[in-house]
Unconditional design. Structure first.
Length: 619
């Protein structure tokens, strides 16, 4: 058994033992099922007396007397055996079904959590190269396949083997030369099964890949439905799905062609063997060497003997499916693209907020470095803007502060300590984020604000909403703070989402704040409210903002200009304008192509008087 499967079933060994015992009892009752018919045929239709019937008269005289006399007694005893065998088999079947479902569900639960927990801890570089749809397929379909196999198929194989052994023993006791026929055919069936195993596995792998492609296309299309309808490209998306679906159908039919050969060929071998036994048995009955009841029992056993052999052969398909599923799950669990936490990592204590980039280099792949030699310092409580052309590495710098990635050379330090020496969760607890597009989760407004700090009290949540200029629109909503905002918060306007995002950062109360142009896509009225909230949030914190509109950072304590993966310039707005370099060119380019900014769009962190002056000048 695969190591992963052994780990999964280990906590449920007691349940598996119960399932196994129930299966054994059910199997034994299946073996006993033909004997009442043999009793009737040999004791009523024939002149033979079975030892089991004589024993029953000896040990249960009252019961046998109740059943009547003569052949009526034999028939009553046989009927009673049928009911008793069915009762015991039914109880065993119920226990098996219930325990199997219970164990299977818990195995799936454990594996699902284990896989998702590992996914949560992988670095963002893993998600840069993997489709979300494929991951969803693994965490749903593949885990379900493993659940079914671990809970039932494994034990079913053991029971099938046990059944084969038990039936061979009984058949040898009934007629040893007939039993040799069954033994002689079995190796051919097992060889046939082994020949098909590799082909079935490859076919199954192809089907799984095509199913993942379908899920990826559907997931991407549904998430982008607004864009799809806005551009009127519904037919294009349908064609994408149609192509992937046709490829899935072709793969499934190709796999089915391989799998479909197994059952009819196996059935033909079984039929040939059964036909020979029927012919040979009839001849023995004619010569008086065998009773009709014995032949019927032997034929029943022969059919049942080949059934577990057929099941094992057919299980090649299940084994192939679970093999592919285990491969895909293990590919995730064995991925080691996590951000490592050192054994002696410490919790940040009383963070002041000094951030130093010490000759940092980084690349998402070795051939394409994004940062080459980035060196700058942000003092505690400073407001630092990061600007530069597209692709200059602005977002990467912010990602390195949060350790979404680690530098390939150099280091980032917080208060003089390399951030790799801090515990990961402790480091990120020192950071608050307000991004250009705040992502809200399906849930209440209260839950989304408290996402910044789940332990926040009701009063802290409401105070954060008031500071973020959000409480006014929250109280107008149907259920106030209990209103469900919908998936990704699309039921709210951009300004409302941003203010909830700011409230989330206020609740978090982190000493370092990272902004990614949170007002870029807002209208004038929303921008005014968001800027007021940001000014409250930024007070007393170290603030790093990625700026696309330079007007938002002209009052920054420091502006860092990135170009080509290096710090090309740094200084205040006035200093950089006097240098007449890259920043000066970007500033004039923006001011020359846009109208003067309204008062609502003036730089963050400026007082009211200065804001009015900047708005009037427009540059």
């Amino acid at each position: 058994m695969n190591k992963l499967l052994r780990q999964l079933v280990k906590p449920y060994r007691a349940g598996l033992v119960i399932i196994f015992l129930a299966m054994v009892i059910e199997t034994l009752m299946g073996l006993a099922a033909p004997w009442p018919i043999k009793i009737i045929i040999d004791n009523v239709a024939g002149n033979h007396r079975l030892a089991i019937f004589a024993d029953a008269e000896r040990y249960f005289p009252a019961l046998m007397h109740t059943l009547g006399t003569g052949n009526l007694r034999v028939a009553g005893f046989a009927g009673l055996l049928v009911v008793l065998i069915a009762l015991i088999g039914s109880i065993a079947s119920y226990v098996e079904d219930y325990q199997t479902e219970s164990v299977g569900q818990w195995i799936a639960h454990d594996l699902r959590l284990r896989t998702y927990d590992h996914l949560q801890r992988l670095s963002l570089s893993f998600y840069d190269t993997h489709q979300t749809g494929a991951l969803l397929s693994t965490i749903t379909n593949d885990i379900l396949t493993i659940e079914n196999f671990a809970s039932s198929s494994t034990l079913a194989m053991l029971v099938d083997i046990l059944t084969i052994v038990e039936m061979l023993v009984l058949m040898f006791l009934l007629d040893w030369d007939f039993a040799l026929i069954a033994v002689g055919v079995t190796p051919f069936l097992l060889f046939f099964m082994a020949r098909f195993k590799k082909a079935v596995r490859q076919a199954t792998r192809n089907v799984r890949q095509k199913e993942s492609d379908i899920l990826s296309i559907v997931q991407e299309g549904l998430e982008s439905e607004r864009v799809v309808q806005a551009f009127g490209l519904e037919e294009l998306e349908e064609k994408k799905l149609e192509g992937a679906s046709r490829a899935s159908v072709d793969a499934a039919l190709s796999a089915r062609r391989v799998k479909a050969l197994m059952s009819p060929l196996t059935n033909m071998i079984v039929a040939l063997c059964t036909g020979f036994v029927l012919w040979r048995g009839a001849a023995l009955i004619v010569h008086g060497s065998m009773t009709a009841g014995t032949l019927i029992v032997f034929l029943a056993y022969l059919t049942r003997f080949f059934k577990p052999v057929q099941d094992i052969a057919k299980m090649t398909n299940n084994i192939a499916q679970v093999g592919v599923a285990v491969e895909r799950v293990q590919a995730i669990l064995e991925t080691d693209v996590t951000i490592a936490e050192r054994a002696d990592a410490q919790e940040p204590q009383a963070v002041r907020g000094e951030i130093v980039f010490d000759h940092v280099g980084f690349g998402y792949d070795k051939q394409s470095p994004v940062l080459q030699d980035v060196h700058f310092t942000v003092e505690p409580g400073q407001f630092c803007g990061i600007v530069g052309p597209t692709g200059g590495g602005k977002s990467t710098v912010v990602s390195l502060i949060a350790r979404f990635y680690d530098p390939t050379c150099g280091g980032v330090s917080l208060d003089g300590v390399d951030i790799r020496n801090y515990k990961l969760r402790g480091l990120r607890n020192q950071l608050g984020f307000v991004l250009q597009d705040t992502v809200l989760f399906r849930g209440s407004v209260r839950d989304n604000i408290a996402y910044g700090r789940p332990s926040a009290t009701e009063e802290e949540i409401r105070e954060a909403a008031r500071m973020a200029n959000a409480e006014e629109f929250i109280l107008r909503m149907p259920r106030g703070y209990d209103t469900i905002v919908g998936e990704r918060g699309l039921t709210l306007s951009g300004g409302q989402r941003q203010r909830i995002g700011i409230a989330r950062a206020i609740v978090r109360n982190s000493p370092i704040l990272i902004l990614d142009e949170p007002t870029a896509a807002l209208d004038t009225e929303s921008e005014t409210l968001v800027i007021e909230a940001l000014e409250r949030l930024m007070k007393g914190r170290t603030v790093i903002t990625i700026a696309h509109r330079l007007s938002t950072i002209r009052c920054a304590d420091k502006i860092v200009v990135l170009k080509g993966g290096v710090v090309a310039e740094q200084g205040t707005h006035e200093e950089l304008m006097s240098v007449r370099g890259i920043y000066h060119g970007l500033h004039n380019l923006q001011m020359g192509r846009t109208a003067p900014a309204p008062a609502a769009a003036v730089p963050i962190y400026c007082d009211v008087k200065e804001s009015a002056e900047i708005a009037a000048v427009g540059s």
